[in-house]
Design a binder for this molecule. Structure first.
Ligand code: HAM
Length: 421
């Protein structure tokens, strides 16, 4: 019978990798805490309506990538494709703004998008997601980008490029939309079927198209940056000034529209050559107006999400760095020795020493082979004869030296040596 495998695009994170994952998550928590962010944990399942209304009906995510099902004939639910909508839902539902509209929230966890799996693109992937609500100051945009870059740098990611853009606001977007529409209408016949449809619903989405012909057309299309109203222009200038204060290098990419409809004003992505086609390791932007659109007060917001799989695949952190071998391996020959080993091994574990022991019935040679394989720092060798003589052999596996120790005060002796090293 064949074994059952994981679902396509869903990936196991194996023990040899989890050390790095834990480190990355811990680092994110530390840095985000330094910048005043607090953790929020939200469900992975939400009402489908939430994503339709926030991400936008005409986006690829909502149109074709969501895992949606009818829950027992009751209501449509969706596995979250991203976290921003859920964070805002929670902020509004719990009226978190009533005490203080300013909230810095972060969440870490799995997201689900039914995309075509390939290197760096999965159907279940993980994000570190951070949001700042209640601040419309352009300096906040720079601050959010600073946290992101600070984290990526400490996670040992190199060759990064920060790209920024402004998508304008409700004031200036309509004139851009019209100009873009007019331009695309003139070339409608050359656009792919998807883009012809997008043209009616939301011409901005044509920028997301990966078809060679559409990309060519978009290259000459009008750019939002030329349509910004004075307020959006001023905001963008101030964001750039604030970035320069921290000597943060950036490129303005006027074609970066992001794949979600909720953005207004500043958007950004961090890209790297090392990721191939899926070149964004993180992305985000401002979404003033979204909270109001979701039925809440008119509170501004900005945030980002980092793809953990992509981050880990390009980080120079190695798995070995997080490999934690046992501090002590106990080899025990014979019943009496096995019993003592079992007791000592578990006692040591209860006082914070990472101990392992050999399995009964195996020869000393094979038990020591296992100690080697596990890269144990020290080994304690217990045999029937040693026990009757009230002693045991203690080996320093790194130095290759061995000494005889007495069994009285065994725990104290071992603790002293192991913790002292
Ligand atoms: P996003 O650009 O859709 O933004 O995703 C952010 C990051 O998640 C990407 O840069 C990428 O690293 C990772 N990612 C996305 N899709 C996949 C996938 N299929 N497989 C692996 N990694 C993936 C958002 O999700 C917004 N919610 C970000 C945001 C927060 N904007 C404001 N606040």
């Amino acid at each position: 019978m064949e074994i059952i495998t994981a679902v396509r695009g869903f990936k196991d994170i194996l023990p040899k990798e989890t050390g790095k994952w834990q480190y990355i998550e811990k680092l994110a928590r530390e840095i985000l805490a330094d910048f005043g962010f607090r953790e929020i944990r939200i469900p992975i399942l939400e009402k489908t309506e939430l994503f339709k209304r926030s991400i936008g009906e005409s986006t690829d995510i909502v149109e074709k990538e969501m895992y949606t099902f009818l829950d027992r004939g009751d209501e449509y639910l969706t596995l979250r494709p991203e976290a921003t909508a859920s964070v805002i839902r929670a902020y509004l539902e719990h009226a978190m703004y009533s005490q203080d509209p300013v909230a810095r929230l972060f969440t870490i966890g799995p997201m689900f998008r039914r995309e075509r799996p390939q290197k760096g693109r999965y159907r279940q992937f993980h994000q570190i997601n951070a949001e700042v609500l209640g601040l419309d100051d352009p300096r906040t945009d720079a601050e959010v980008i600073l946290v992101l870059l600070q984290f990526l740098m400490r996670a040992e990611i190199s060759d990064l490029r920060l790209q920024i853009n402004s998508l304008g606001c409700k004031e200036c977007r309509p004139s851009f939309r019209k100009a873009l529409s007019d331009f695309l209408r003139g070339k409608e016949g050359q656009l792919c079927k998807d883009c012809q449809r997008r043209l009616g619903a939301n011409p901005l989405r044509v920028f997301d198209c990966k078809t060679v012909d559409c990309i060519k057309i978009i290259n000459d299309a009008p750019q939002i940056i030329d349509f910004l109203c004075p307020d959006c222009m001023d905001h963008f200038t101030k964001v750039k000034e604030a970035l320069s204060m921290f000597e943060i290098g950036f490129e303005v990419n006027p074609k970066m529209v992001r794949g979600l409809d909720y953005y207004a004003k500043t958007t950004f992505e961090v890209v790297t050559e090392h990721l191939g086609a899926q070149n964004a390791v993180a992305g985000g932007g401002r979404y003033d107006g979204l909270l109001k659109d979701l039925g809440g007060p008119d509170i501004p917001g900005i945030g980002f999400a980092i793809g953990i799989e992509r981050l880990i695949s390009i980080s120079s952190l190695t798995d070995e760095k997080f490999f934690a071998p046992p501090q002590l391996f106990i080899a025990a020959i014979g019943d009496r020795a096995q019993k003592l080993a079992f007791y000592v091994c578990n006692r040591l574990r209860t006082i914070g020493i990472q101990a392992e022991m050999g399995y009964g019935g195996k020869s000393l040679k094979s038990q020591m082979k296992r100690a080697d394989k596990l890269f144990s720092r020290y080994a304690l060798i217990l045999g029937e004869r040693e026990i009757s003589e009230n002693k045991a052999e203690f080996r320093d596996m790194r130095q290759g030296t061995q000494e005889t120790i007495v069994l009285d005060h065994l725990e104290e002796t071992i603790t002293r040596i192991v913790k002292g090293s």
